[in-house]
Design a protein around this ligand. Structure first.
Ligand SMILES: C[S@@+](CC[C@H](N)C(=O)[O-])C[C@H]1O[C@@H](n2cnc3c(N)ncnc32)[C@H](O)[C@@H]1O
Length: 270
């Protein structure tokens, strides 16, 4: 598998877990029926499909991503869902969007603008540039999780590793953290900036899909953590978090996990 294939697989497999929170956030935005919008950093297009459903058959979504491999997958997904007319995909960079000023009624970016390791303010300004006055800009990202019930200290130490805090890297200015996005919206001149957090959860007995999604999440959240753990934590991590362990936590009959995603949105003022 190439890196792109592995990433596509992880995005697709974790979707059943995250999709209800994405739907709730899109619903809260109340995108006008028939409106035209941008999904910036659309990945494999899973959210573009939900956005297209929200704006209805008279609306349109443009999905933009840097990765041609992801866009191919996204196009195939839109086709399978019968949404090819309502969604188009384009390769491009969120740092310099290949669209005119005021080209869209709204822009959305999930787990990309403000979340990727890029300076966020210019990206928020760039999203605002391509949205018409009065239209909305929304950025949405994973914001917290509790995945190891009964092991809060281990989970806190896993989260404190370099991988655990990615993509917010050690030594970065606090103002660059996703949860400081209200400041970026203010500086970008967006009006009525607001924040809202959406929770999702999963509990035993886990369906096969949710089990795979949670396992993929463990791997995305804490890849290669062992090198940063004490020998005791390494042993506990292997016992609790590895599927080959007889005490793997996803097999626990009382397993419960929850997570949050946060959306910041505001209106273009010009
Ligand atoms: C974590 S994924 C999120 C994908 C999708 N929005 C989701 O939430 O499932 C981040 C996406 O942003 C894209 N990306 C990263 N930097 C970008 C850039 N400078 N311009 C456009 N896309 C970018 C990546 O290729 C990837 O598809």
């Amino acid at each position: 598998m190439t890196d792109a294939d592995t990433y596509i697989h992880k995005l697709a497999i974790s979707n059943p877990l995250i999709e209800p929170t994405v739907r709730a956030a899109i619903q809260a935005l109340q995108l006008p029926l028939g409106s035209r919008g941008l999904d910036a950093g659309c990945g494999i297009g899973l959210q573009a499909a939900l956005l297209a459903e929200a704006v209805g058959p008279a609306g349109h979504v443009t999905g933009l991503d840097l990765s041609p491999e992801f866009l191919l997958y996204a196009e195939a997904t839109a086709h399978k869902l019968g949404l090819s007319e309502q969604i188009s995909f384009e390769a491009g960079d969120v740092r310099q969007l290949p669209f005119d000023d005021n080209a869209f009624d709204w822009a959305w970016s999930a787990n990309c603008v403000g979340y990727a390791p890029l300076e966020p303010l210019p990206l928020v300004k760039e999203l605002a540039r391509v949205v018409r006055p009065g239209g909305s800009v929304a950025i949405f990202a994973w914001s917290s999780e509790t995945l190891l019930p009964g092991y809060p200290a281990l989970e806190a130490r896993l989260d404190a590793t370099s991988a655990g805090i990615a993509p917010f890297v050690k030594g970065k200015k606090p103002e660059l953290h996703f949860l400081r996005a209200l400041g970026w919206f203010r500086e970008a001149g967006l009006k009525e900036a607001a924040a809202r957090t959406f929770a999702g959860d999963a509990y035993a007995p886990l369906s096969g899909d949710l089990r795979h999604a949670l396992l993929a999440l463990f791997e995305m959240r804490w890849p290669g953590v062992e090198s940063e753990l004490s020998p005791e934590d390494q042993a506990e991590y292997r016992r609790v978090c590895r599927p080959e362990s007889p005490e793997f936590i996803l097999n626990h009959p009382d397993y419960y996990a929850f997570f949050t995603c946060t959306m910041f949105h505001g209106q273009v003022a010009r």
